[in-house]
Design a protein around this ligand. Structure first.
Ligand code: BG6
Length: 474
C-alpha cells in the first residue's frame, strides 16, 4: 500500500516570485512585477491602488526575485539531488508574448523555458507547468482591462497553442490558472483587475472569472488535441471551512464559504455552472454575459485532475466580527482555538489536509494533486548558511502523514505532492524574503541585499530520504 509507485514528489515555484530578469530576453512588464513590498502591497494586489508602472518610492521584489533566470541550472541540480520526480514552475506569459496580443511569440522567451525543461529532462524530472501563476502582461491590463475583457480568452488561447506545440514531448502536466478562486480576493494580482471608483466589483470579478473558466476549457481542449498524453488540471486555493460551532447557522456559513471556492472547480471539473451559484448571482444582481457555444465548451472539456494548495483549514460563523480573526492565505478567517499558528498567523492543521482531500475527492472523483503546502518561517542561518529548520520538518512531516492517511485509509487517489517554495523565494502575500518555505536557503533580505548564494537547510536531507523511501520514512 502507501503512495503509488510513480508518485510525483517535488517542489513548486512561480515565475514572478523567483525568476527575476523582468526586463531580460525581450520580456514585457506584467501585473505581478508591480506589486511593491511594504504597506502598499495589499491595496495594489486588491486592485484598489493604481500601480501601472514602477515609481521611486517603492521597492519591487519581483524585478530580481532570486535570480533564477540566470541560476536555474544550479537550482535544478539541487532539486535533482533531493530526488525530485517533478518540479512545478510557471511560465511568465510576458516572456512568450511581451505585450500579450502579438501574433508571433518571442523566441528568446520560448528558448528560455525549453532550456529549463531540457535541464529537468536530464535528471528525469517531470515538469508540472502552471500556464499562468497570477501574471498578466501589463499591455493587456492597460489596453483591454485584463480578464474583464473577453478578448483575453483569445490571447490566452494563442499562448496555449504556442507552448503546447513547442513543448510537446517535454511537458505533460499542465495547470491552467493558479488558485483560480484568488480572483475574488486579490483581483489585481490574480487577474490584472483594477477598479475605478464606483464600479461594480462583484459583477466585474465574476465576468472575468467566466472568461478564465472558458479559457481554461479551451486550453484543455487544445492540450488534448496537440498531444493525447497531456494531462490538464485546475488549481484551487483550498482548505475546508469548519463551522465555529454546531449552531446550524454556523454550519450553513461554512457550507456557503466552501461553495464560493468550489464554484470554480465545479465548472472546471463538472463542466457547468452549479445551481447554487446561479441563484446566488441572480440574488446579487450579477449577470454573466455568455456567448453561444460557451456552455458546450465548458461541458466538453473538463479537467483531468484536481490540483490545489493547502496551508490551513478555515473557520466560519454567522457573526465573525464577534470573534478573533487570524491571517491566512490572502483571506482572513475566524481563529480556531484548537490550532497553533505560524509566525504570520496562518493556522497549522494537518488533519485539515485529510479533510480537504476527502471533500475534494468525494465531490469530483478525479485524481488529486497537492501542488502547494508548506510553512513560511523566519530562518536564521549559521555562518555557513546552514539552517536547522526542525519546525519546517515537523510541519511537513505531519502534513505528509495526513495525506498518507487520506490515501491509505480513505482511498483517495493522489498523483503527487509539491511543497511550496522548495527554494526560498519572494512571498506573494507580503513581498518579503524573510517568509521562507524552502529546503534551500537563499541569501537575500527584504530590501534586496545579499549574495543570492544557495545553501542546503537541514530539511534538504530530510526531504531527500522521504522521497527515496516513497514517503515511508518521515
Ligand atoms: C499561494 C500562491 O497563494 O500561496 C503562492 O499560489 C504563494 O504564489 C503561496 O507564494 C504562499 O503565500 P505567501 O503569501 O506566504 O507567499
Amino acid at each position: 500500500m502507501g503512495f503509488r509507485k510513480d508518485f510525483l514528489w517535488g517542489g513548486a515555484t512561480a515565475a514572478n516570485q523567483c525568476e527575476g530578469g523582468y526586463d531580460q530576453g525581450g520580456r514585457g512588464l506584467a501585473n505581478v512585477d508591480l506589486a511593491p513590498a511594504g504597506k502598499d502591497r495589499f491595496p495594489v494586489i486588491l486592485g484598489e491602488m493604481k500601480m501601472f508602472d514602477f515609481d521611486e518610492d517603492h521597492y519591487y521584489p519581483a524585478k530580481e526575485g532570486i535570480d533564477m533566470y540566470h541560476r536555474f541550472k544550479e537550482d535544478i541540480a539541487l532539486f535533482a539531488e533531493m530526488g525530485f520526480k517533478t518540479y512545478r514552475l510557471s511560465i511568465a506569459w510576458s516572456r512568450i508574448f511581451p505585450k500579450g496580443d502579438e501574433k508571433e511569440p518571442n523566441e528568446q522567451g520560448l528558448t528560455f523555458y525549453e532550456d529549463l525543461f531540457l535541464e529537468c529532462q536530464k535528471y528525469g524530472i517531470e515538469p508540472l507547468v502552471t500556464i499562468t501563476h497570477f501574471d498578466c502582461p501589463m499591455h493587456l491590463v492597460e489596453e483591454y482591462g485584463a480578464w474583464r475583457n473577453r478578448k483575453l480568452v483569445g490571447f490566452y488561447e494563442n499562448l496555449c497553442r504556442v507552448i503546447f506545440n513547442r513543448y510537446k514531448g517535454l511537458v505533460k502536466y499542465w495547470l491552467t490558472f493558479n488558485e483560480i478562486n484568488m480572483i475574488l480576493h486579490a483581483p489585481f494580482m490574480g487577474a490584472g483587475l483594477y477598479f475605478e471608483e464606483g464600479e461594480n466589483k462583484e459583477q466585474i470579478k465574476y465576468q472575468a472569472a467566466h472568461h478564465e473558466l472558458l479559457a481554461s476549457a479551451i486550453a484543455t481542449k487544445i492540450a488534448h488535441e496537440v498531444d493525447p498524453e497531456n494531462k490538464v488540471g485546475c488549481m484551487l486555493a483550498a482548505g475546508t471551512n469548519y463551522a465555529y460551532s454546531c449552531k446550524p447557522e454556523d454550519v450553513w456559513a461554512a457550507k456557503k464559504a466552501d461553495r464560493e471556492n468550489y464554484f470554480f472547480i465545479d465548472v472546471q471539473s463538472r463542466g457547468e455552472y452549479p445551481a447554487y451559484a446561479l441563484k446566488e448571482m441572480a440574488r446579487n444582481g450579477i449577470e454573466i454575459e455568455m456567448e453561444t457555444g460557451d456552455a458546450e465548451l465548458l461541458k466538453a472539456h473538463t479537467v483531468d485532475f484536481i490540483s490545489f494548495s493547502y496551508y490551513s483549514s478555515r473557520v466560519q460563523t454567522t457573526d465573525p466580527k464577534l470573534l478573533e480573526q487570524t491571517a491566512g492565505n490572502i483571506f482572513a478567517s475566524v481563529k480556531n482555538p484548537y490550532l497553533e499558528a505560524s509566525e504570520w498567523g496562518w493556522q497549522i492543521d494537518p488533519l485539515g489536509l485529510r479533510v480537504t482531500m476527502n471533500d475534494l475527492y468525494d465531490r469530483y472523483q478525479k485524481p488529486l494533486f497537492i501542488v502547494e503546502n508548506g510553512l513560511g518561517a523566519v530562518d536564521v542561518p549559521d555562518e555557513n548558511g546552514y539552517v536547522e529548520d526542525d519546525y519546517r520538518i515537523a510541519y511537513l512531516k505531519a502534513h505528509i502523514q495526513a495525506m498518507k492517511d487520506a490515501v491509505e485509509l480513505d482511498g483517495v487517489d493522489l498523483l503527487g505532492y509539491t511543497t511550496w517554495g522548495c527554494i526560498d523565494l519572494v512571498s506573494a502575500g507580503t513581498g518579503e524574503m524573510s517568509k521562507r518555505y524552502g529546503f534551500i536557503y537563499v541569501d537575500r533580505d527584504n530590501e534586496g541585499n545579499g549574495t543570492l548564494n544557495r545553501t542546503k537547510k537541514k530539511s534538504f536531507d530530510w526531504y531527500k530520504q522521504v522521497i527515496a523511501s516513497n514517503g515511508e520514512n518521515l
